[in-house]
Design a protein around this ligand. Structure first.
Ligand SMILES: [Fe+2]
Length: 172
């Protein structure tokens, strides 16, 4: 059946908050992956994905940390109602609170494409750890899986250069 679904972003955000989940996938087929994400109180990883991406702030403000091709960390501030375009391959870390909501649009992953998550030492910026995933279904919340693996390991969180340990959040 030919169908062009319409969603109400305020309603979807409300439902997401009530569910306690972080991600609600709207569409994931052919060339499109669109989802609404709720912020996390604590976010430290940089995500590298194989698709261009746009992020639109439905409610609240995002501080998007990203790393330039030279490896320098920068921050883009995206206010409520504003939108940013992030090219494929840009290490980025969307930081926004749990009562803020973003509409994210990407390309559905092609077979075998890899998403990676990177952590850097908060003291000396040395690369700490990488988690790699093949994301067949974004509804499985790969960010939460990466978090769990990283924060459950003291070894992954300990800087080989300066010994600094990245503290684990109160709740994952
Ligand atoms: Fe360090």
């Amino acid at each position: 059946m030919f169908s062009m679904p319409i969603v109400n972003l305020a309603e979807i955000s409300q439902q997401l908050a009530e569910s306690g989940k972080r991600v609600r996938v709207l569409w994931q087929h052919n060339d499109i992956l669109t989802f609404v994400a709720r912020g996390r109180e604590y976010r430290s990883e940089f995500h590298i994905n194989p698709s261009d991406e746009t992020m639109y702030m439905i409610k609240g403000e995002m501080r998007l940390h990203y790393r330039t091709p030279e490896g320098k960390e920068e921050v883009a501030v995206i206010g409520e109602g504003a939108m940013i375009y992030t090219p494929a391959g840009t290490p980025h870390s969307p930081r926004f609170p749990a009562d803020a909501f973003a509409l994210i649009s990407e390309r559905k992953r092609r077979d075998g494409e890899i998403d990676s998550f990177h952590w850097y030492c908060q003291k000396c910026d040395t690369h700490l750890h990488e988690e790699r995933f093949i994301v067949n279904d974004y509804g499985e919340d790969p960010v939460s899986k990466a978090y769990q693996r990283f924060f459950e390991s003291l070894e992954f969180r300990t800087c080989k250069q300066c010994g600094e340990i990245m503290p684990a959040p109160d709740a994952l």
